[in-house]
Design a protein around this ligand. Sequence first.
Ligand code: FES
Length: 114
Amino acid sequence: MERFDLGPLSDLELHAVRFVRYDGPPPRRSILVVRSVEGVRAYWNVCRHLPIPLDAGAGRLPTSPRPNELVCATHGARYRMEDGLCVGGPCTGALLDEIEVEIDAAADRLWARI
Ligand code: FES
């Protein structure tokens, strides 16, 4: 299992989304790191409706009226930040593919276990 740097913990604000590039086989080319009131989570940036990035390559997600949701730019699927569950759109009930996150608070670093 690989330990992959997801950047500093301290500048990931509540309801923020960080895009981290990853040179894996398509479609696993980037990771979404999010912080909700439940904590920090990471997901592959791959929609569960079609195997394409949630941001459609734009580097940012559409704005949602609910700050704890991630919205797919292509057809508008809505996912909860805290668990990756799709709560609206063409793949309702599906889960984003989660990545294990290790928090090193002392070093101010987030690591993925891939
Ligand atoms: S590709 Fe994401 S909702 Fe269709």
